[in-house]
Each structure stands twice: as structure tokens, then as C-alpha cells.
Ligand binder design. Sequence first.
Ligand SMILES: *Cc1c(COP(=O)(O)O)cnc(C)c1O
Length: 815
Amino acid sequence: MKPHGGALEPTPKSSDPALLATDIVNRLTYRIGKDATVATQDDWLTAVILVVRDRVVTKWMESTRDTYRREGKRVYYLSLEFLIGRLMRDAMTNLELVDELQQALDDLGVDLDVIRQLEPDAALGNGGLGRLAACFMESMASVDIPAYGYGIRYQNGMFRQEISDGWQVELPETWLEHGNPWEFGRRESAYDIGFGGSIETGEGDACTWTPAERFVAEAFDTPIVGWQAKRVNTLRLWRAEPVDPILLGKFNAGDHIGALRESNKAEALSRVLYPADETEAGQELRLRQEYFFSSASLQDILRRHLSQFGRITSLPDKAAIQLNDTHPAVSVAELMRLLIDVHHLDFDLAWDITKRTFAYTNHTLLPEALESWPIPLFERLLPRHMQLIYAINARVLQEARSVGTFEPEQISAMSLIDENGSRRVRMGNLAFVGAHSINGVSGLHTDLMKQTVFRDLHQLYPLRINNKTNGVTPRRWLMQVNPKLYNLAREVAGDGIMTDLDRLTALNDVAEDAQVQQRVAAIKAENKAALSNLIQDRMGLSIDPAMMFDIQIKRIHEYKRQLLNIVETVALYDEIRSHPERPWVPRVKLFAGKAAASYHNAKLIIKLANDVAKVVNADPATRDVLKVAFLPNYNVSLAEVMVPAADLSEQISTAGMEASGTGNMKFGLNGALTIGTLDGANVEMREHLGADNIVIFGMTASEVAQKRADGYVPEEVIAASPELAQALRAIESGIFSPDDPSRYHDLIGGIRMSDWFMLAADFDAYAAAQREVDDIWRDRSRWNAISIRNTARMGYFSSDRTIRQYGREIWSVLP
Ligand SMILES: *Cc1c(COP(=O)(O)O)cnc(C)c1O
């Protein structure tokens, strides 16, 4: 890029509201072609985004020039998911233009809050893993690390969920329908991507691969603004295009449909996000997507490196590539191919460069979520990569054997090829051996990784595994979603909290201050009223904001145990009906979350939540003290309303199964009390909060493992707990499903038979913990103090802290 002076800056730097208003009207007139008197709310939204975007672009170019000049190392974050949500408020906040734009729009008679909600959510992710990638992008810009995110520009992101008669219905999501003013198409940045075909041996280690199919990857860039616009980084997403959009021969022969075949095939590659979370998709198209975006990204990285530094061997000094889970793990083989076949390095040197460039983040220990591909499929799509994987494997196994102490089972556990049953490529092992760093996402998860999935590889390479506990960006998850709490925190802790979230500890000193407590309670009440209005608008259900808002929102999965929460709700309902005279704490149980379309039990759990809600909400005997609601279409924007309104945060996964969680951190930061198990980052939350400021219950991860090993008999536990037995019987009996009394036989039968997720085993402890929560609620001053201490002590869980640790300990880009 040619440096140029300020002359080309598109807009004056001034943040004067009058100038901003003029800017907005100018965009409306000249870019959208509308007069202010006829402009729709959508037109105003686009006009405002264009004004904000121009200011972002100015900073973006400065950042790009600065990175080039410094000749420093760049970070590349490869992720099949980026769950970014809406971008406008993010950009306005980080440019510190919110008040000024609000004023400008007021003067134009436009309501910022109304147009803000018209922006579609960029839902290019399933859940936690994709949201983490989005928080990381924002934090890398905020702590001034030159970084690129690489992913796929899905035409259809995460499906939209409707609830029809209590059942989940999946509808296609069409975020690009009205265009995307944030992105810039880069026709000049396009790469060839091949599949299949044949290989010829060449000189030395090099081969020539002639793919049978070819596509083009075309780049679309979105600027990601850091806090106070310190730096603007790039999110580069790839769209698949045909090499020949129209087969002219066919077209001229009159076969107009056949002529478009290539176009349709290409389109499929970047068409849709796989809407499965924590389960392996296992389809050919998924492997094609993984290779498509890995190859495009690596070609782009090598092109940038060579054009600036000229020498391929300095790659590890100038580029750090982070693999977000195993989805981009084929990158290890692709970089080897590019270095050996295209850049003519020998195998040894290529392998050394590869290992020094890559790092890998593991996100799950669930066996069903560990990616592996059948060898015949892999070989057919990526024949050259298959060869390279065999060669890498031979080298690793040779190294392992030469240690002399490993048993044959250990060697076969380290192999990149799973030889049990039909042979498969293990993507986790490929990522492990091809990386110099393998990190888990919480202390507990990292320890378990060393003991389970990577036990043997960890023995062979004991220095590679390390921990980087997840975090969330405080700009979005405190400042934007809860501006009043942020302002109060700023009054107490000073202006620096957004650059140093640990400064929130200043709030500890005012936790017992009656006046501060009242202000915090009033802010919570306002947030609850806002959520209550949303529920009224969307569901026609009225919720008294004075009730305790008890919230569980996340993907629906058996290990996350929404079912435990629902069963406890049924038990509570039963108790209230039996003892209406007791001083029950009024509560509303709120749920939201999507189930993978093929996940039968998860969809049944959604239906059960809705069935229970229907009965409970209609019962005049319990109406004032218990309500249940399942809010449709959980996404980032809904989380932004629900998180600040929570009194109680449910983080109740079976210990050992949630890698970290990030929802838990968002709630704590916003002053909710957590009821949770010692799982994922809950363990570290307790350490930072102190045991008095979080309600922990249930078995530990090692107790769960022990119980499974000992031969757990759930019926014994159920027989010993009258409340649990009664609740399970009620659900089985059809009280909540009179139209289909046997609807939940199998779901509850699963608990009786095996109860893999230990619902029965943890039930009594969970119910007791809930009554402890009631006791705290009755002492409102104690509750408010705990709420303030939660906000005060969540500084550690800023994604800025996480990213600084990656920067220093994995990427070597920070002092
Ligand atoms: C934070 C977040 C998640 C992750 O939630 P967990 O409770 O950690 O599973 C998932 N989806 C959305 C939309 C989020 O904002």
C-alpha cells in the first residue's frame, strides 16, 4: 500500500454533532439516493453505518501502514466461526462517538435505539467457540496486536429459531439480504483452491498435484476496531467462486442450466454454516469447507510474507498462526504442501517452519466432538495432503519409538491414523504434532487434556500443552450492554477500567455501602424491566420485574443440563403447591438456546421447557411466585439484553464436560450471582470471587469420573430422593404433555437407565443450593453486596488478559 497523507481522508475528524448530522444527511443523499423526508429507518441505519465506517477506514489504513513500517510479527487467527453479532454500536463505542452520534440523530429526529436494532446479527458461529473468536478479534485490536482473522463468509449463518407449539423450528438466516455495509470485496485477493486429481513425483521432496476440481476463493474484509480506535484489524472472510462462472460451450449449445453447474458447486462451499455445536458434522462438504478456507488463508499469508520479507524461511519470526479448534487443522498439511511443492523446501526444513508457525487451541474433550475423517474420503479429496500426513506420522511415530519407553497402545494412541475399525485421520493429533503450543481454555480443561485426549502425546512432548483461560471483551459485555453499571463503576474505579479491567476491584470498598447498593439495585431493576418488556412484546407473557430473574442461556446440550434445571423447576412447583403458606421467593426461570437440528434429545428438552412453562404459568396457585419462559432465537443480541437483567446465572454442566464457558463470565461481570458446578472456568471464578460470592454445588470432575468407573446406579439415587422421584414421575406421567402422555418416557428413561450426565446424582445438591440462593435473596443487602463483588472481581476474565497471555507466551508479539 502506498502511504499517503491526510489529504484523502473522507471526512473531517471532528466529532461535533452538527458536522456528524451533515455527514449523515450527505451519505443519505449521495450514497443511498434518498431525501431525508422519505428515508426509511433502514436508510438512516445505512447512512449512520457509512459515517462510522469512514472514520474506521481512516484508522484502518493508519494501522496497516504502521504494521508494515514496524516490520513486526502478525497474528493470524484461523476460525471456522466468528459470532460477531451487530457491529455498529461496537464501532461507535470504540471510536467514542456514541453521545455525539446520539445528539446528531436527535437533531435529525431519528432514534438511535430504534435503528440500531434493525442491523442484522452477523451469526457466523454456533456458540461459545465463535463468540470467543469475536471477543479475541476485538481484544487483539484493543491491545494493539497486528492481527487478521480468517474464516468463511457464509451466505447463511446460524439458523433462526422459531418456537411453534413448543417445538423448535429452524428457518434459514439471511443476514446479507439487504447488503452488508461493513465489508469490502477484494477482487484482487483471490486464490485457486483444488480438490481431487492426481500427483506426479518431482525433484527432491516436491510433487506436482493436478487437482480434478478447482474453485476460486475471493476475499471480503471487515474492519475490527479496538478500544479508542488504537488499532483497526482485519477480519478476512472467503467466498467461493467458480473458475469459469459459465461453461460457454454448454451455454452456446443451448444448455443454459448445465452451463451454471460450476457456479452452483462453488456456491455450496461458502453457502451455509454447519449448525452443529460440540458434535462432529462428518460430511464431505464440511471437510471441503475446512480445506477451502485453510488453503486460501495460507496462500494469502505466504503472499503477504514474501511480498514484505522476501524469504520464506523467516515465516515463523513474522507470522503466528492460531488454529481455533481442529476445524482448520488441515492447514498443517497445506502449509507443508505449499513449502515443499510450491516453495521447494525440503521436508525437514518445511516441518521445522510449520511447527514453529502454528499453535492450536483445543475446545472440547467430548469424544463425539473430536474430528476425524475416513481415509478414503480424505484421500479422494486431498491426495497430496494424505501423502504428507503419512510422512508426518512416520516421523512422529519414529520419534516416539526411539524414546524406548512407550507401550504399543501408547504409540497407536499417538498416531495420526486411527486404526480401530475403519481407518480415519485424527485431526486433533495432526494439530498437536504440527504446533509448538497446544492450549486448553481453562485450568481444569487443560489438566484434563493432559490426562485424557492427549495423554500420550503430552508424554512425548511435555512442554507443548499450556493453559489460556478464556475471557470476554468488557467493551461489549459491560460498557455497551450495561452503560449505567459501567458509569457507576467508572465513578468508583476511574476512567481506566476499559483498558485495565482489574481496576474494578475498587468496587470492593463500596460493596457494603447502602447508597451504592441501592444504585446497583436500581440499575438491575431497569435492566429487568427492559427484558420484561421484550418478553411481553415477543411472547405476550407478563413478568413482574420484582421477581428473581434466574437465567440459563446457551446451546441446548445434555451436558449443559438444562434438564436438571427443568426437573428442579418441576420439583419446586410441586413443593409450592403442597406448601403454599411458606414464604416462597418469587422467581422466573428463563431459558433460551438453540438445539442442533439433528439432536433429538436437545429438541425434546426445548419442548419440555415450553410444556412446563405452559402448565406452571397458567396455575393461579403458583402464579405469583413461579414463572417459566423459553425465549426464542437465542443470539448475541438477545444475550445483550438478558445478561444485564440476570439476578442468577445458571452454570450447571456435569463437572469435567464444559471446557470453559464464557457466558458465566458475562453474567458475573454484570453482577449476577452464579449457581454452578466446579466445571470449566467456574473453578477459577470461585478463586477470584471467594467462595462466599458464588454458590457451588455437586460433584467434582474427579468424583464424576470415579462414580462412572465404580458403576453408577441412578435408580438407587432416585429412590433415595423423594423430590426427584416425584418430579421425574410427574414428567413421565404426562401432566405436562396431556396431548401426548408418553412424550418424555425415553428422555426420563435415559436418566433412570444410565444418566451419563449425572442429573440424578447432582439433583439433591442442586435443589439445596437453590434454597441457599433463596436465603441470600431474602437478605437483600447481602445479595447486593455479592452482586457488587461479582462485578468487582471479574477483571481477570477480560479477553484483553487472555490475549496478552497468548501474545507473550504463544505468539511472542508482546514484551
Ligand atoms: C457467550 C455466548 C455463548 C457461550 O455461552 P456458554 O454459556 O459459555 O455456553 C453462546 N452463544 C452466545 C450468543 C453467546 O453470547
